[in-house]
Design a protein around this ligand. Structure first.
Ligand SMILES: C[S@@+](CC[C@H](N)C(=O)[O-])C[C@H]1O[C@@H](n2cnc3c(N)ncnc32)[C@H](O)[C@@H]1O
Length: 279
């Protein structure tokens, strides 16, 4: 990138922050450039970030489209089903046996960067499948957060096209979804919906949470720079109870100080345990 372009990109990042509150300087430059380039192409601007900056100034509504481009919402129910199998058959049993020992009835899960809700609802379905009536003995909750308010409003409706449910079995479909009258869409039933609470939250600048048993943060840190990734892994460490689990994306890698604090309990599925015995 020539120097002028680099300066223009930095000006653009600053402007995006001022206008939207999203700190783009923490995302990987290559990723950001790819997403901005796509928007530039869509509005017919060649390769000049300066020109795109002037376009944004004239047409501020383009900031919304740009943010949509940056916060890619790709997700699906049971995405990487092996990970959810490990969650169901390894994480939940281990966690519950520790809960029994500690006589604790609270089960708190955080789905960070939850997009349009398919990840937290998958977690809810699995809790039902695994625990059945025993779920009633727990104060179970899934906090689902994302930076993107538009994605969250879809998540809150809990309504999905049949295509989104392709990994859901017929049995699960009838147990956890209702057909939306007069459409070919499905709505998640209250038995799962009631477990999930959606909240807008920016992983970069948002408040720090605590006291979770399990955190899912999948397929978002890959877009962030290394320094921010390292800080987030520590944030997740601090947000977990002792013995809690962190589950990240299958293509993501733990970096920074947190690497020495977590025990990796499933390398393939990227599942980590906060082990108070590790310093
Ligand atoms: C590719 S989706 C991943 C969804 C889900 N976790 C999964 O694996 O299927 C990435 C999500 O991260 C969200 N995101 C991007 N930057 C974020 C930030 N700074 N804080 C919180 N969420 C963010 C996007 O809005 C998007 O919904």
């Amino acid at each position: 990138m020539v120097l002028n372009d680099e300066i223009a990109l930095n000006v653009l990042k600053k402007k995006i922050y001022e206008r939207t509150g999203v700190d783009c300087s923490k995302y990987k430059d290559n990723y950001l450039k790819r997403r901005i380039d796509l928007r530039m192409k869509a509005v017919g601007i060649g390769t000049s970030y300066n020109e795109y900056y002037r376009f944004l100034e004239k047409k501020p509504c383009e900031y919304d489209s740009l943010l949509d481009g940056i916060t890619i919402n790709v997700t699906e129910f049971f995405r990487d089903s092996d990970t959810f199998d490990a969650f169901k058959n390894m994480v939940i049993p281990q966690l519950l046996s520790e809960k029994v020992k500690r006589n604790s009835k609270i089960l708190r899960i955080w789905s960070a960067a939850c997009s349009i809700g398919e990840e937290p609802y998958t977690i809810g379905i699995i809790l039902h499948e695994k625990l059945g009536h025993e779920l009633n003995n727990f104060l179970g909750s899934i906090q689902a957060t994302d930076i993107d308010e538009k994605a969250l409003s879809v998540a809150r409706t809990g309504i999905y096209d049949a295509e989104a449910l392709k990994k859901i079995s017929k049995y699960q479909l009838s147990k956890y979804f209702d057909v939306v009258d007069g459409t070919d869409k499905y709505r998640i039933k209250d038995n799962v919906k009631h477990l999930v609470r959606f909240q807008q939250h920016d992983l970069i600048s948002g408040k720090k949470f605590s006291h979770f048993d399990i955190i899912f943060c999948r397929n978002v840190m890959i877009y962030f720079g290394r320094e921010l990734q390292s800080r987030l892994f520590l944030d997740f460490y601090n947000a977990l109870n002792d013995g809690g689990y962190l589950i990240i994306g299958r293509t993501e890698t733990m970096t920074g100080e947190a690497k020495d604090k977590f025990a990796c309990v499933n390398t393939r599925e990227r599942i980590y345990k906060k082990d108070s015995g590790i310093s």
